[in-house]
Design a protein around this ligand. Structure first.
Ligand code: ATP
Ligand code: MG
Length: 236
């Protein structure tokens, strides 16, 4: 199997059958780190939300994710607070829809890695070639956690804008998620990106403002003692 740089994207069409079979067993084929826990759409249960409005948001997210998987073009934009299952859904889509998954943080990290890889023995890659590859590939692209402040202003933010524009201009199916909404999102991403990811002609946008943090629910099942000490109250 050809050696690949971490973060290199190979369009599924260019993989041989043998490589495909081997790659499919590796989370890296979908952009994950080895050993990362994968999720499925079926495991996403809208009833985990505790309010009727939260459940309605969760149902809408799930339904919209499934609809996006069925169409060949278009954007999926999911906006909502922390712990409502955005990453759970995006990882599930990556595997079930053979998408390439990347977080905004990893985008920033990987593109700088390519730019800065000067040491002997490290395969070099022009960061802008990589950008062009993922910007134009037919394979679906998922960018999780946009606007979370991971993208440096300047060198990487220009490239992030280019990535969004390439996907948009080439009508490549792309999904994005964010914790921010409204003006805060526009401030973080800039008008140009905001306008593309919420273009009503091509984007399925879900604003899940009533869904609540599932992690909070789990934390409530623990005592404060356990949260801070990591031990059961009777463990000492
Ligand atoms: N409706 C649900 N059904 C099953 N599991 C869920 C659901 N919602 C959230 N979870 C689980 O809750 C945890 C937090 O979800 P996840 O990481 O997807 O949230 P997120 O919206 O991406 O949060 P953040 O904005 O902080 O990244 C995960 O373990 C996820 O599997
Ligand atoms: Mg997340």
């Amino acid at each position: 199997m050809p050696k690949r740089l971490a973060g290199t994207v190979i369009d599924s069409a260019t993989l041989t059958e043998e490589n495909k079979a081997e790659d499919k067993t590796l989370p890296s084929y979908w952009g994950f780190e080895k050993g990362e826990k994968l999720t499925t759409l079926d495991e996403f249960d809208p009833m985990k939300q505790t309010t009727v409005k939260g459940q309605a948001d969760a149902k809408r997210m799930l339904k919209t994710c499934r609809a996006w998987l069925k169409s060949d073009t278009g954007w999926l934009t999911i906006i909502g607070g922390v712990g409502i299952g955005k990453t759970h859904l995006m990882k599930a889509l990556a595997v079930e829809g053979n998408c390439y998954y990347i977080t905004a943080y990893d985008f920033d990290y990987r593109i700088k890695q390519f730019r800065d890889s000067t040491s002997e023995g490290t395969q070099r890659r022009d960061p802008d070639d990589w950008l062009h590859d993922i910007g134009t590939m037919e394979r679906r692209l998922i960018i999780d956690d946009v606007g979370a402040g991971y993208i440096d202003k300047g060198w990487t933010s220009i490239r992030f804008e280019r990535l969004v524009d390439l996907r948009y201009r080439n009508q490549r199916p792309t999904a994005v998620t964010s914790n921010l909404s409204g003006k805060a999102l526009e401030k973080a991403l800039g008008e140009r990106i905001m306008s593309r990811i919420t273009d009503a002609d091509i984007a399925r946008v879900v604003i899940a403002s009533n869904a609540k943090d599932i992690r909070m629910k789990r934390r409530k099942a623990l005592s404060l003692y356990e949260v801070y000490t990591g031990k059961k109250p009777d463990a000492e």
